[in-house]
Design a protein around this ligand. Sequence first.
Ligand SMILES: NC(=O)c1ccc[n+]([C@@H]2O[C@H](COP(=O)([O-])OP(=O)(O)OC[C@H]3O[C@@H](n4cnc5c(N)ncnc54)[C@H](O)[C@@H]3O)[C@@H](O)[C@H]2O)c1
Ligand SMILES: O=C(O)[C@H](O)COP(=O)(O)O
Length: 525
Amino acid sequence: MKKVLIPTKLNPVAKELLEANGNYTVVQDDSAGLDVLAAQNPDTYALFVRSEKVTAEIIDALSSLKVVIRAGAGYNTIDIKHARSKGVDVMNTPGANANAVAEEVIALMLADARHIVPGDASTRAGKWEKKKFMGKEVTGKTIGIVGLGAIGRLVAKRLRGFDVTVLAFDPVLSEEAADRLNVKLVPLAELFEQSDYVSLHIPENEHTRGLINKDLFSVMKDGATLVNCARSGVINEDDLRAIKAEKGLRFLNDVYPKDAEGDKTVTDIADIMLPHLGASTAEANYNAARRSAEQLIDFDSKGVTSYIVNRDIPEGLDEAYADLAFTITKLTRAMIGEETKLNKIETSFYGELRKFGNWLSVPVVCALSEEFDRSMDEKAAISYLEEMGIDYATRETDEAKGYGSAITVDLMASVDGDNLRRISVRGTVAEGHLMISRIGHFDGLYFEPKGHLALFTYSDRPGVLSQIAGAMAEAGLNIDDVRNPHDKTGERSIAILKTNEPASAETMKQVAAKIDALSCCTVSF
Ligand SMILES: NC(=O)c1ccc[n+]([C@@H]2O[C@H](COP(=O)([O-])OP(=O)(O)OC[C@H]3O[C@@H](n4cnc5c(N)ncnc54)[C@H](O)[C@@H]3O)[C@@H](O)[C@H]2O)c1
Ligand SMILES: O=C(O)[C@H](O)COP(=O)(O)O
């Protein structure tokens, strides 16, 4: 069982999903503090956090740590470089809390425009200051969004009902994408010059720290509003302080260098201050919790690495192919037998994947052994196999076969002395979905390796599939999907069943005996 430590206020759905999966024990406690919990749980495998600081000391204290999941967007609170050096993968859950932040931005803009906070205090105090609280309207204004990612896009979308003009600055956004989002891409200074409201939605990192400074404040319109629901470090506070009163700027703020009680450095310049509430909605907390659990389960069971923020994947390689290499190898391993001692691995990387062949050995090895540190490079993968006494070779590919970008993994083992057994599986990615196209001589399969699979091979004859289905039903299993082709000779068949739950070893044994199976296995993704 892998231990997951959740030292934060995260919706219980994360704990529930992990425990239901059966491979995890969960310690969740938002009262003790991360340092105390880390000392009490040194055997933690995965750590789920919100804005808690994950320092080098915390990482060092958790000697079994392999994964940190930031249940949220910004991971500037995590020492990702130290994590990398210790073989710890760090993920975030992009977009999970984006709508909550977008709504907070709009709430801040409207609250300030209509004096909601002081208006409430004054009226409660028995005053009648109607004249004092003359407001302004957001409708028809120009909004500048810095960083058009998950949150920035939603701010633009939600504001559309106010008939605003949206300007955006984001170096990775194409003109076409901007057109689709109905925003106009402009240089950063121009955005500050033309906007009535500027809302920041960029991460804090070495490129953005202090990016919003006097050069930009000085060109803002008099009376314009700056909203910071991103990170405090992206603004040069002193520059804003120096110019704010002179230009009558408004500053609406949600973020601080530290999430804690005590005086705040922006108190004198912020017109509204919130205690980092951007993601604090029930819905966002549920989404981030669910996504954290699902991402960990997918990482462990399918090798899905898409959300890792501190591991480099070669430029130009679609991460789906790393998942494919992992998945094919895992399936091949299940078919040859989990306990069988492997002698050799041969791989083929077709089409565009040829140039990434060396790197793709890493997910192949990850699928064979949980002990292999997933952050390691291809050299480490090959030396790991050498230590295990397994030869590794990547074959030249015959591109005339027209497989496009595809991967084949062959695993070889000596079974019963010298008798060599080879299982070969090929797959590809189609319309964004992983597909297994061939298992051994069973070609043209095209099934998605997802959920719980039970596979049987047998000498082809009528009626076998119904026998398997009947036995599965007797065992209380529901069949969600089936593939049942012959091999090239027509002498053998394969039945690949997707079941609602994993078939037990006992059920597999009974079915195999009933149909006189040549081989059988289960595997879950
Ligand atoms: N206040 C809160 O509670 C709260 C909640 C969620 C996120 N955040 C903060 O908001 C940030 C953005 O979140 P997101 O979910 O939209 O992330 P995201 O990764 O989806 O979007 C970030 C965008 O910023 C762009 N970007 C990066 N550097 C830039 C630069 N120098 N100039 C302009 N654009 C740049 C990226 O290209 C990307 O499109 C997070 O990193 C986090 O720090 C705050
Ligand atoms: O980056 C984020 O996701 C936000 O800043 C939310 O932080 P929180 O989860 O601590 O509220």
